[in-house]
Design a protein around this ligand. Structure first.
Ligand SMILES: [Mg+2]
Length: 421
């Protein structure tokens, strides 16, 4: 190769030294690359761990604009709901990767959930944030003296959801895509317009508003002491919606087996998508029998707080299962429930927390239903898109949510563990 003009001007001894310098430099760079590649080959997964450095837990109380009543209030079991307690968990790993998750409690339980989460949080510090299964088990055993369901599992949910959010963010994918989605949008129905405390004329107005917003189905609460009142409300809403528009009812565990049988029979003619919680939530056998007996599908499962309880319900034969990720211990047990439910041919309609369940429903093999509540909207900076009866997956990595200023304003207390990286 011909020497460049600048090289030609150099005396030959100098040119040899320069050639030697470039050769050595190139060899050194090559040797570093080979050594780096060898180092990578020699690295174990443990060497690449991204340890949890910092955890922030917050107790935030969301006020409801109007006290809300379902059948449990009519029977005197509960008081009208005026607020919802949220436990937010923000986790940061050493690399700076972060995730956010939440659990919640309606009426009582918020302070207890917050206290239990604080007790188990130190067990997560220093663990690899990618080892979600190991972390879930560790957090469960840290509080296992309290049992493996109820508050114990619900207190794990904010951590588990935050870790899945972090993993999806690290991959640069919406959570549903990380899990392996079956669809980019999910059928969506509204619950908040049809509570028992709402007069029928207002229910009908709410139905019109919901339908105009692009909702795909309407759920109406039932369980009045006189079944005729329920039938009149269902009949009026069906008439307004017309044949074919998806309509569900929810009895919130109001009936015993005899009254549930009568109600299910009377409701058969309204072509309902499902009848929800006709019986006590723990009466798995009774729900299975109703599902066998009537054409209208039976749905239940929102009150269950573990994989084991859901496994019993799925075995008993209800048509729709309605798990709630924050109640069952997070996304990890929810995924196990999904696998079993699909194997057994059950339909999925998760309860509440649509910000999490949109991703999980999109990853279920069978077309599922998402429950729409606008109540949680003020907690987040980002909003979901409802169009043509379906809620659409956001294109943001992870769950796709950040906490709003309003959520911070409603935060009553927060506690931090570890050090920010
Ligand atoms: Mg319900």
């Amino acid at each position: 190769m011909a020497a460049s003009a600048s090289e030609k001007r150099l005396p030959s001894a100098k040119r040899i030294r320069l050639d030697c310098f470039f050769f050595c430099t190139i060899m050194s760079v090559e040797s570093n690359i080979v050594s780096y590649a060898n180092d990578l080959n020699a690295q174990t997964a443990s060497d690449r761990a991204d340890r949890i450095a910092h955890i922030k837990l917050s107790h935030c109380v969301l006020p409801l604009a109007t006290p809300v009543s379902d059948a449990k209030v009519l029977t005197g079991r509960q008081k009208p709901m005026t607020e919802i307690a949220f436990i937010f968990c923000e986790i940061q790993a050493q690399s700076g990767a972060s995730g956010i998750g939440f659990g919640y409690s309606k009426r009582a339980g918020g302070p207890g959930l917050f206290a239990h989460a604080q007790e188990i949080a130190p067990a997560a510090l220093g663990e690899d944030a990618n080892d979600i299964a190991k972390l879930w088990t560790k957090l469960m055993w840290t509080g296992a003296s309290m049992g493996r369901s109820g508050m114990t599992s619900q207190a794990i949910s904010p951590f588990d959801v935050a870790l899945w959010d972090m993993k999806a963010k690290r991959a640069g994918l919406p959570l549903a895509k990380l899990l392996g989605a079956h669809r980019d949008s999910v059928l969506c129905y509204n619950t908040s317009g049809g509570f028992l405390h709402t007069p029928l004329d207002q229910v009908l107005k709410n139905v019109e508003i919901s339908r105009a917003s692009g909702i795909g189905g309407i759920k109406l609460k039932v369980g009045h002491p006189d079944l005729k009142v329920d039938i009149q409300r269902v009949s009026s809403v069906r008439k307004l919606l017309g044949d074919g528009f998806p309509l569900m009812v929810d009895a919130n565990q109001q009936w015993d087996r005899i009254s549930a049988t009568r109600a299910c029979r009377a409701l058969e003619e309204y072509d309902l998508t499902w009848i929800e919680e006709p019986l006590d939530a723990m009466d798995f056998e009774g729900h299975g029998q109703l599902a066998q007996r009537f054409d209208t599908p039976i749905a239940t499962g929102e009150m269950l707080t573990s994989f084991n309880e859901h496994a019993q319900l799925i075995e008993a034969g209800t048509d729709f299962i309605q798990p709630d990720a924050p109640r069952v211990g997070g996304i990890s047990p929810f995924l196990q429930i999904m696998q079993l439910a699909d194997y057994k041919g059950r339909m999925l309609a998760p309860h509440f927390a649509m910000e999490i369940h949109l991703h999980l429903s999109a990853a279920y093999p069978r077309e599922s239903w998402l429950e729409h509540f606008e109540w949680l909207a003020p907690l987040f900076n980002e909003q979901l898109t409802l169009k043509n009866g379906r809620m659409h997956l956001p294109n943001r990595p992870g769950l796709g949510f950040t906490l709003s200023e309003q959520a911070l304003a409603w935060t009553r207390s927060s506690v931090e563990f570890g050090k920010r990286p």
